[in-house]
Design a protein around this ligand. Structure first.
Ligand code: AMP
Length: 307
């Protein structure tokens, strides 16, 4: 494959927009199918895979870069979150994106802002339990981006599976006229899920970090051999992580992938196995669906958050 993709190279430079007014004007000018790729920047090939998927099935691609204060807790890494505006624009230009929306927090949350969206049930467990208010911030900003860009399709990564489930519900419950597309997690060669936060890892922690994927693979292998008991699957994941002295498992979850309810008894439901592991101050997140054959774009969108 050539890069930027053959036939996708834009004749005109990418349009960079910072204000709501300019975005609305630009949106009115667009015709054809519009794909939206929302991000927080510090872009890596995982993000760019969403752009590729968007290119495959839309006439226009809009990417957004916004580090959303509303989804960070008071003790989280908002001010330290990696930022690379010039690198991001170069990557999005090379990827052939048409419009990049990069608002400041004051544009998204002007003085007097007081309207938030809560997706109540599916936001509660997993990341929601560890990061109070996180999904309220995510749902609110994504709803605003949907309203502003009016996409036909919006692209999200499996990497943030609960985010997908929350947004699937929001789209259904509030009748957003768009299709959610869920793209498989892009990994480094050693299995580590690509993440903007991986830059926080020191060399030793980076070498240890593929333990998350190894733990998921161990659960998948047990599942393939017939193991269906959620508690035993959790123990398998925990025991792989416990063998890695630099990593400390935060939570390990085996939930029904459709509603994210934690499972306690043997089940044939599609399962979302997810875990977070701390390496010093850095908390990494990963997941997979079981059966493992469900980890394709075709199934992810149908299963995650479906019930
Ligand atoms: P973020 O910038 O972390 O908010 O991520 C923006 C979008 O990229 C979200 O839909 C993420 O789920 C997705 N994403 C992040 N990392 C990956 C990855 N390794 N593979 C695929 N998608 C990803």
């Amino acid at each position: 494959m050539c890069w930027p993709r053959c036939g996708r190279v834009r004749a005109e430079p990418v349009e960079i927009i910072e204000s709501i007014e300019d975005l609305r004007l630009a949106r009115r000018r667009l015709s054809g199918r519009v794909g939206l790729v929302p991000t927080m920047g510090a872009l890596h090939p995982g993000h760019l895979s969403l752009v590729d998927h968007a290119w495959d099935e839309n006439d226009v691609v809009i990417a957004t870069i916004f580090v959303n204060p509303a989804q960070f807790g008071p003790n989280e890494d908002l001010s330290a979150y990696p930022r690379d505006p010039d690198g991001d624009l170069a990557k999005l230009t090379a990827a052939g994106v048409d419009i990049v929306f990069t608002p400041t927090p004051a544009v998204i949350y002007p003085p007097g802002f007081q309207t938030y969206i809560e997706v109540t049930e599916v936001s509660q467990g997993l990341e929601g339990a560890h990061r109070p208010g996180h999904f309220r911030g995510v749902a609110t900003v994504v709803a605003k981006l949907f309203n502003l860009t009016q996409p036909d399709r919006a692209y999200f990564g499996q990497k943030d599976a609960q985010q997908v489930a929350v947004l699937q519900h929001m789209v259904r419950d509030l009748n957003f006229p768009l299709e959610m597309v869920v793209c498989p997690t892009v990994r480094e060669a050693d299995g580590l899920a690509m993440s903007s936060r991986n830059v926080y890892l020191n060399a030793e922690q980076r070498r240890a970090a593929p333990v998350l994927y190894r733990a998921l693979q161990a659960a998948a292998a047990a599942y393939d051999s017939g193991e269906r008991h959620p508690q035993r699957l959790r123990e398998i994941v925990r025991s792989v992580v416990a063998d890695e002295p630099l990593g400390l498992a935060d939570y390990v979850s085996v939930a029904d992938a459709r509603n994210l309810q934690e499972q306690d008894t043997e089940t044939d439901a599609p399962l979302l196995v997810s875990l977070t592991v701390r390496f010093g101050q850095t908390r990494l997140l990963d997941n997979c669906l079981l059966p493992f054959s469900l980890n394709t774009r075709e199934h992810l969108g149908r299963v995650l958050g479906a019930g």
